[in-house]
Design a protein around this ligand. Structure first.
Ligand code: PLP
Length: 380
């Protein structure tokens, strides 16, 4: 899909890319300034400590205690090259061949790939679309076997945009309390991009203190994907193992990016909130435009910056040339006929859906959805 999008662009076609999972905003100025100042002091040109600078780990532990009510000491925090590395560190430390990880699905594609890379087996668990795909506590209980090492989920969720309410997390905690060997990996990378205005951390719930690895970072909320800073807060034994592993894999995350992340985490949330308000307006716009297209059924997203419509009503349709057989052929058709790039849901574990990102301007979004509508109307 990427290759095709590039080819079409090279031929001069105005491709609108709704396939990418990153903010279109610039990193706030005060964070850029902190990075420049860090360079100018000349103090940050050597290898940093493997788990990150002490002041950054302390600031993260403070943030987790104050904003998330997660009991946490700085020694439990490991700073990495993005939340992606934090997740990989945890899975590589935890899993032995044949171990299972229950993955709330639809899920971020890297969960299943990284579980396999670490020798484990992903066990996908999916609830009803009417319940925003949330599995029931009974489903979770049944999915846990003697081989289960962990469960993993994101809230707000990539790709569905669903935010798990406190009641669902409490139900999850109740199931976990019956299975004391099983850890939960709570991926909160979209924490701030939450239109319900209530973010609950599983790690804050009673009885979960030693059971949860909280994953977060600065990529999404602070528009800092390129700076590559993420972090985890874990039970001490696991944090120490991840620190050891990271010391061998990458030594440590970039010194200057860590200084920028410190400014982000300690700074005001004003610019974050302004970005979130823009995402909220785009969510409303995209959702209402998609609602008007026959055969496109979109679960209402309450966070992140994705919509995840079911487009399976179009299976078997054709424009006389391309036959729509699945999400991949529909995405390819939309790219060719509407010059809009999207992602088929198969990779996320939901083959009837496609993912559209609204990390782009309102004008681009209006134009993209209009083009999708016209292209779909041509199918018979
Ligand atoms: N977790 C989820 C659910 C994501 O969607 C992403 C990025 O797309 C990440 C983690 C990785 O974030 P980072 O840029 O911090 O590696």
């Amino acid at each position: 899909m990427n290759q095709k999008a590039r080819e079409l662009r090279a031929q001069g076609h105005p491709v609108i890319d709704l396939s990418i999972g990153e903010p279109d905003f610039k990193t706030p100025q005060y964070i850029q300034t902190a990075a420049k100042q860090a360079i100018d002091t000349g103090r940050y040109f050597s290898y940093p400590p493997a788990a990150g600078y002490e002041d950054l780990r302390t600031a993260i532990a403070d943030k987790l205690r104050q904003e998330n009510q997660i009991p946490c000491m700085p020694q439990q925090v490991v700073v990495s090259n993005g939340a992606k590395q934090s997740i990989a560190n945890v899975l590589l430390c935890l899993l032995n061949p044949g171990d299972e990880v229950v993955v709330y699905s639809p899920h971020w594609v890297s969960y299943s790939s990284t579980i396999r890379l670490a020798g484990g087996t992903p066990v996908l668990l999916q609830g009803d679309v009417a319940d925003n795909f949330e599995p029931t506590p009974e489903q979770l209980d049944r999915a846990i076997t003697p081989r289960t090492k962990a469960i993993i989920f994101s809230s707000p969720c990539n790709p569905t945009g669903h935010v798990l309410p406190r009641t669902s997390l409490q139900a999850m905690a109740a199931v976990l309390s019956k299975h004391p060997r099983v850890l939960a990996i709570a991926d909160e990378i979209y924490e701030y991009i939450n239109f319900t205005e209530v973010h609950t951390s599983l790690g804050a719930l009673e009885g979960m203190q030693d059971r949860v690895v909280t994953i977060n970072g600065v990529s999404k909320g602070f528009a800092m994907t390129g700076w590559r800073i993420g972090y985890m807060a874990a039970p001490l034994w696991l944090a120490q193992a991840c620190e050891k592993l990271q010391g061998q894999l990458t030594s440590a995350p970039s010194s200057i990016a860590q200084r920028a992340a410190l400014a982000a985490i300690q700074g005001s949330r004003e610019e974050v909130l302004a970005m979130v308000e823009a995402y909220r307006q785009r969510r409303d716009l995209v959702f209402s435009l998609l609602e008007a297209i026959p055969g496109v059924r979109t679960p209402y997203p309450s966070g992140a910056f994705y919509v995840f419509p079911d487009v399976s009503d179009y299976w078997g349709f054709t424009n006389g040339d391309i036959v729509i057989q699945d999400a991949a052929s529909l995405c390819m058709y939309l790219l060719q006929a509407a010059h809009v790039a999207s992602v088929p849901g198969d990779a996320f574990g939901a083959p009837k859906h496609i993912r559209l990102s609204y990390g782009t301007t309102t004008a681009q979004l209006q134009s993209a959805i209009k083009r999708i509508q016209i292209a779909l109307a041509r199918l018979r």
